[in-house]
Design a protein around this ligand. Structure first.
Ligand code: ADP
Ligand code: MG
Length: 678
């Protein structure tokens, strides 16, 4: 029997090689293929020559005005030329290496040709000849790769649709489809892939966006309701012990820290699963809040775990915690791939986690490996949670008997988006920095002012400061990233040594090497640290008060803010130098925002606004889930409507008891396989 989760290999002509190529594009099943929507369309509707811009891809309709001439050149290359009459103008059409088209072309024949318009030469560089009835046709453009061409993907989509479309069932209830004039699922899928014209394509996409948000929201709301069921664990923590810990701190908690500690503790005490997001700007003091929560779990007789995204951070937190808990009865362990690497240590550690000897463990994703078992895990905290996928968090959660979960993020999300994208979580916000922090002074310089920047750095070094230099980001290639960092490192060395010592930190280094460098920097044996974005999260060296970011316009706002958060951690005035010659208005706008504010929430809001206007660099970093069709910013109103309707449906007792509810079945299925949230 045919099923939508049949593997793509059921399609004719899809052998092992193509399967691999498709899998690389995240297309494993027929359903995946049907959901692999084109990311844009080529417009094959014929246009008027006068309104076509230079280098634009366009379809032109006309009459062949000369016999085609094929000329050969180079090795195996050829060019096909003919004149083409469009209304009263004659242009030249050229196809490269498609000499076989010549037999379709004869003088006097009317045809439509798709190609790239060269205005200067009055020439259309032909891409393809369109079928006679091609008017109004839109051609979807698909994600593809070296191994599989997009025309092949498209052909497979068509075959899959042909063979499987009757299995596409409607997940949006009929009443909602009517209310919002949405297409059926079958029509939606057909018209996104193979639209008759621009209007149907748009309507289909509208349905698709609604569906995507709606399903997401139904899952989120269902999960939230489900989590409220009292089958979690109740942590009876010892308040007097918490008070001892808090009294020992070298500072008093801010009002915001106290508030969120209370929110978290109330959750711990309840017997439903805590599923809480703790958001607070860089430097707002989330770590101590996490420490208090973790300690609370320990005083309740449970084990607790803190999961962080990098070894450096794990190391740093473990050191902090060792200090914090040194007079308290906490057995602390550090678990990273480095500690697990040593066989004897590894065995000991795993044993002590399994028998409950270890109370509190700090670790990287090494924590979620199969052979790591806990005796009685009561609380899991993840730091910089956007770095972990939901599936990873889920695995860690399953290691205990439904432990409470607290996720921390320093990427503030504007209120509207937090509500709609983190709907399944409760949110605590630290909206206040510890008193006495000096605002970081941020200065934007042009690249050619680098010498000035170095002079400033030198002066600060003379005053005893330490400095970060962040090398430019090359998103596409780790190797390039590394090469760049090394170049910057050599330059900084040449400029500043022997007086000052310069170190290098990058993602390709081994855990131990990284630790060594970080330790040397902390101990002020290194004065300058050249780094890639590995220093973005959490690194805490209060004496480092200057940061120079090279080609700063290559970073998104959220990331710049994160990077800048590495300075301004002590009592000294801190500085951030942005070197950038932005290539577009958004780049300039980002630089300006950075010089104007230090407030992460304001920056997140600006980020949203710039994205709304089309700034692509912001998009990846806003800390919201990825949707295929919908954009939570551009389609925020749809998201909100979907949220409202989803809440309504999930509240309805018919939803779960529901007889034939496709929707409910879908939700159960996707939550069991679990991976569909971000
Ligand atoms: P983040 O929220 O970015 O993780 P951290 O937890 O690393 O911030 O805190 C930043 C610095 O502020 C740390 O050095 C920490 O000890 C200090 N800190 C935290 N809370 C307070 C407070 N209430 N008063 C003064 N300093 C604090
Ligand atoms: Mg932190």
């Amino acid at each position: 029997m045919k099923k939508l989760d049949d593997p793509v290999s059921v399609l004719p002509g899809v052998g092992p090689k193509k399967v691999v190529a498709l899998n690389k594009l995240n297309i494993n099943t027929i359903e995946d293929l049907l959901n692999a929507f084109p990311f844009r369309y080529e417009d094959f509707a014929a246009r008027k020559l006068a309104e076509v811009n230079d280098q634009e891809k366009v379809a032109l309709k006309g009459t062949v005005a000369s016999e085609p001439v094929v000329s050969r050149f180079g090795r195996n290359k050829n060019r096909l030329n003919f004149r083409f009459l469009i209304e009263h103008e004659v242009i030249m059409v050229t196809f490269f290496n498609q000499a076989y088209l010549a037999k379709q072309i004869e003088t006097g024949k009317e045809m439509a040709i798709y190609g790239k318009w060269d205005a200067k030469k009055q020439r259309l560089m032909g891409i393809k000849i369109l079928a006679a009835a091609a008017e109004d046709e839109l051609g979807g453009v698909y994600r593809s790769s070296k191994e599989i061409k997009q025309s092949q993907v498209k052909k497979l989509v068509a075959e899959a649709f042909q063979a499987y479309h009757e299995l596409l069932v409607d997940l949006i209830p009929l009443a909602l489809r009517k209310k919002y004039r949405l297409m059926s699922r079958v029509e939606m899928v057909r018209n996104i892939h193979f639209p008759d014209n621009a209007t149907t394509a748009k309507l289909a996409r509208r349905t698709g966006i609604f569906e995507e948000f709606f399903l997401f929201q139904v899952k989120v709301q269902y999960l939230k309701k489900h989590n409220r069921v009292a089958d979690g664990i109740k942590l009876d923590y010892d308040l007097s012990k918490l008070k001892v810990l808090i009294a020992q701190l070298p500072f008093t908690l801010t009002a915001a820290q106290k508030r969120v500690v209370n929110e978290i503790c109330a959750d711990l005490h309840h017997d439903y699963h805590m599923n809480r997001l703790l958001q607070g700007d860089v430097g707002s003091g989330k770590t101590i809040v996490a420490a208090i929560a973790l300690y609370a779990a320990v005083t309740a007789g449970f084990q607790a775990a803190l999961m962080v995204p990098t070894e450096i951070l794990a190391q740093q937190h473990a050191e902090k915690f060792a200090h914090l808990f040194k007079d308290l009865d906490v057995n602390l362990a550090l678990l990273t791939s480095a500690t697990l690497g040593r066989a004897s240590q590894r065995k000991e550690l795993l044993k002590n986690l399994a028998n409950g000897q270890v109370d509190l463990v700090v670790g990287t994703h090494a924590l979620i490996q199969d052979d790591v078992n806990f005796k009685k895990l009561g609380l899991v905290v993840t730091d910089e949670q956007h770095r972990f996928g939901v599936s990873q968090r889920q695995i860690l959660r399953q290691k205990g008997h439904a432990p409470d979960v607290l996720m921390m993020t320093a990427t503030p999300i504007p209120r509207t988006l937090a509500l709609t994208t983190y709907g399944e979580m409760d949110v605590s916000t630290i909206d206040e920095l510890p008193a006495g922090r000096k605002a970081i002074e941020t200065i934007w310089l042009k690249n050619k002012q680098q010498e000035q920047a170095y002079a400033f750095i030198e002066k600060q070094l003379d005053n005893g400061a330490q400095v970060y230099i962040v090398s430019p980001l090359i998103a596409e290639s780790e190797m390039m990233d590394l090469k760049n960092a090394e170049e910057v490192y050599l330059k900084a060395k040449k400029r500043l040594e022997p007086q000052y010592h310069v170190g290098l930190l990058h993602g390709k280094m081994k855990g131990e090497e990284k630790e060594q460098v970080m330790r040397a920097f902390k101990a002020q044996q290194l004065h300058v640290l050249v780094a890639t974005t590995v220093i973005e999260v959490g690194v805490d060296v209060p004496n480092a008060t200057v940061m120079m970011i090279l080609d700063a316009d290559r970073f998104g706002l959220a990331q710049l803010h994160q990077l800048r958060g590495r300075v301004g951690r002590g009592t000294q005035q801190s500085y951030c130098l942005l070197l950038a010659d932005p290539k577009n208005e958004y780049g300039s706008a980002r630089m300006k925002v950075m010089t104007q504010t230090n407030d992460g929430f304001v920056i997140a809001q600006k980020d949203l606004e710039l994205r709304g206007q089309g700034d692509v660099l912001g998009s990846k970093q806003a800390g919201v889930p990825d949707f295929k069709l919908g954009d939570p910013v551009a389609n925020l109103n749809v998201l909100q409507v979907a949220q409202k309707e989803a809440a309504q449906i999930v509240k309805d007792p018919m939803f779960t008891t529901g007889n034939q509810s496709e929707l409910y079945r879908y939700v159960r299925r996707s939550l069991v396989t679990g991976m569909s949230f971000d």
